[in-house]
Design a protein around this ligand. Sequence first.
Ligand code: GRF
Length: 222
Amino acid sequence: MTSHDRPLPRLVLLLSGAGSNLQAIIDAIEAGQLPARVVAVISNRADAPGLQRAARHGIPSQVISHRDHPDRASFDAALASAIDHYQPDWVLLAGFMRILTPQFVDHFRDRLLNIHPSLLPAYPGLDTHRRVLAAGEREHGATLHLVTEALDAGPTVLQGRFAVEADDDAATLAQKVHRLEHQIYPAALALLVSGQLRIDQGRLFYLDQPVPAEGLQWDQVL
Ligand code: GRF
């Protein structure tokens, strides 16, 4: 069997908002840079513009609202079973604004990735650009990481960074971070799909060597 006969790896993407990372992944696939398929997009918000992006590219989508569920556990159970239906190889969080239960995380162990707008472990949580400016940081960036029970604290897969300029404000930082995210998310997926990057029981390997704690750096894997 040649690589051409193999079914394409299946991606399910979870979002709550704009979906520019979804778009970057779709663009990479359509440009032939990422041999994979986005088999479904799931949103917890019916008004997420990312859903329209999915529709424009013929990708099935589904809304599962947390408001229709009495608690986090039942929302996560509904979400997990919707995702399972699509039999994904990877589940990608891209601006999905819900905290996931340990049960959910465990169910998708080694298959669940998230993109975060800071140089983790610095600045987990929300409002990262403003906090980076307030602290006078000289660098900022984006981190793709494996999702574990601890919020924004799973092993770093790939990180990209840039210098904070004197005239940067929260809006310019957000723009620069987004630009970087749109490069590193598809690039990391391409490494995963090719097998150059492997995830095994929460540990990451790049070209069969353990990935250091700070993750792969974007300028090393370009
Ligand atoms: C990104 O900045 C990501 O880091 C954060 O949410 C944002 C999602 O943006 N988790 P988009 O919806 O992909 O445009």
